[in-house]
Structure formats: C-alpha cells, structure tokens
Design a protein around this ligand. Structure first.
Ligand SMILES: [Zn+2]
Length: 94
C-alpha cells in the first residue's frame, strides 16, 4: 500500500466511522473481534461470534478508533474495550 493509497483508505474509514457515530444506536461491537455490525445482524459477519456489546459508548469509541487506523480492528490486535456507559448501565450488563 502506497502512502497515497493509505491516506485514501484512512479517509474512507473516517467517513464510515462518522456515519456509525451519527447513528450509534443502529450498531453493536463484536466482543470477539471488535468489528462493528448492524444491531439487526444475528452474528458477526467477520468472525461468526454472537456476543455483542451494544452500549452506545462502546460503539462510539470503537468507531472513533476505527477511523484512525487504516486496518480493521480484528483478530485481537487491540485490547478489548470496556467503557462504562451510564446510558445503558441499569439494563443488567456489567
Ligand atoms: Zn466478530
């Protein structure tokens, strides 16, 4: 990947991240590979896992990070994200 291609790809990822952040309630984060999926998806399209974190703070922060790295946040290449989100705290999840 040339520098120019990397920059173009990163710009695309930033644009996608902004769309996700704008509609954060439509998305969830795979707890296995940290991919962002539509909430209506029953399993992760990347790894097939079925456990997701739907807290808006987690989706927002994952999307924000996704927009700053020109590669997918998958395969455990980054630490698992645990963010306290007061918006959804009372629904029984840790
Ligand atoms: Zn996954």
């Amino acid at each position: 990947m040339t520098k120019r291609e990397e920059k173009r790809h990163l710009t695309l990822r930033q644009q996608k991240a902004e769309k996700i952040i704008d509609k954060v309630l439509q998305f969830k984060v795979c707890e296995q590979c940290l991919s962002i999926s539509f909430r209506r998806a029953p399993t992760c399209s990347v790894c097939g896992a079925y456990r997701f974190d739907e807290r808006p703070g987690t989706v927002r922060e994952t999307a924000r990070k996704m927009g700053t790295i020109p590669f997918p946040l998958t395969s455990g290449t980054v630490p698992r994200i645990r963010i306290e989100d007061p918006e959804t705290r009372e629904n029984g999840r840790d």
